[in-house]
Write a protein that binds this ligand. Sequence first.
Ligand SMILES: NC(=O)C1=CN([C@@H]2O[C@H](COP(=O)(O)OP(=O)(O)OC[C@H]3O[C@@H](n4cnc5c(N)ncnc54)[C@H](O)[C@@H]3O)[C@@H](O)[C@H]2O)C=CC1
Ligand SMILES: O=C(O)[C@H]1O[C@H](OP(=O)(O)OP(=O)(O)OC[C@H]2O[C@@H](n3ccc(=O)[nH]c3=O)[C@H](O)[C@@H]2O)[C@H](O)[C@@H](O)[C@@H]1O
Length: 464
Amino acid sequence: MKIKNICCIGAGYVGGPTMAVIAQKCPEVNVTVVDINEQRISAWNDKDVENIPIYEPGLSEIVREARGRNLFFSTDVDSAIDQADMIFISVNTPTKTYGIGKGMAADLKYIELCARQIARVAKDDKIVVEKSTLPVRTAQALKNILDHTGNGVNFQILSNPEFLAEGTAIDDLLYPDRVLIGGDIDSDEGKEAVNALVDVYAHWVEKDHILTTNVWSSELSKLTANAFLAQRVSSINAMSELCEKTGADVNEVAKAVGMDTRIGSKFLKSSVGFGGSCFQKDILNLVYISKSMGLNEVADYWEQVIIMNDHQKRRFAANMVRTLFNTVSGKKIALLGWAFKKDTNDTRESAAIYVADYLLNEQAEIVVYDPKVKTEQIYADLDYLNTRSSEENRKRVTVVNSPYEASRDSHAVAVLTEWDEFLKLDWQKIHESMLKPAFLFDGRRLLDRKTKEDIGFEFYAVGS
Ligand SMILES: NC(=O)C1=CN([C@@H]2O[C@H](COP(=O)(O)OP(=O)(O)OC[C@H]3O[C@@H](n4cnc5c(N)ncnc54)[C@H](O)[C@@H]3O)[C@@H](O)[C@H]2O)C=CC1
Ligand SMILES: O=C(O)[C@H]1O[C@H](OP(=O)(O)OP(=O)(O)OC[C@H]2O[C@@H](n3ccc(=O)[nH]c3=O)[C@H](O)[C@@H]2O)[C@H](O)[C@@H](O)[C@@H]1O
């Protein structure tokens, strides 16, 4: 079975880049990305590709090449569903903020709405692909909805979790470690659906990198991968605190440990804490699933990864206050970086939000500079915490366009995102413009201690 028309519901950080790459690599397939968010779709259709809503290195070039040829962005969800032979569901699956499982379980209401819409609109057989990250056994619920409200249409459900990381999304999509496809491999129809999706990826991914499994293994592998990755960051961050107390250096420890090929060197960079839309959400989801199956030890084991991460963010901010003579009240503090990692404009669950909130509770005046994050996003992130009124956030937090402006007359500068440009700043100039003693806190192990101390900074870095 050859796929001719693909529809993707959800034009976000996953749907947008993933479909752009599929369209680029499969010029004979029409790919339509739909979303209910009109503003987002109109930004994807902006004449100037630099204005597309997601910043990812290499993405705008691909959109420029494929958009209008076989890549389309639209708010007409019904018609895209109707025309497609394969429908990806790539909508958000945030942590529930109400009811049973509040603060832990994944909120599947957007997924269910998609399923009901597909069931209502579809007139011929469809392959429905779970691209969103979902709790294990969600495909069963999807199938129930599709089979019971459909009009005799045959649906095959596949799980095809996405492993891209933001900031490197295009490279991750072009050269994936593996593509994972889960399906009903025991039936002929299921096998045919799996093969149809394998053929899409086989346009650019070698067949031995395309792994097929049953649906449940695929769904659970995604949660497992994120849990393992986050666990590494929490593990090295736990060691960073011990390093600070003992004179060991976490970078040296990470290198020594990572050279053991059984451990490996990746994902061992100590930081102010991991952020991003998924690690916390997916682990909480794993904890919830485990608890609801009575697996309390399993749940506790994974929950510790989150507890450690919260501790790391809080401890970084508390150390700033302690170092600044136990008070930051009325003191200007510059935060360099707001995104949860470099090369993205995404701020979801960014450690910077929590550090800023902690310092604001201590009555600091905050000035933020980030090369890609918009001012309104920064205020929205703080408002979302509901710690203080949004007027108060606007009064006490200033967002500026230059790191030099942020640092001027400040008591302290904290590097919270590892943007490359922070490496090349004129730190001498920054030091001269600050109040003395000038404190510099490196939450990313980005900066060289010796040169900063030679300039005259009081320098603090995570894990040393
Ligand atoms: N952000 C990332 O790097 C990764 C995310 N994921 C997973 O992919 C999924 C999507 O994540 P993101 O793209 O980051 O989310 P996002 O929030 O950026 O995008 C989701 C989009 O879906 C749209 N949407 C929601 N309900 C809809 C409906 N009924 N009809 C049409 N559009 C609808 C929203 O308006 C939004 O634009 C999540 O399950 C996430 O866990 C997986 C791998 C990486
Ligand atoms: O499901 C998802 O959403 C995605 O989550 C992560 O990707 P992402 O959150 O975009 O970015 P990462 O590079 O994993 O970084 C996550 C956080 O951990 C931090 N981190 C990462 C690595 C490290 O060594 N140290 C560290 O502090 C980063 O700064 C960032 O705040 C996974 O890496 C992806 O494979 C997955 O698809």
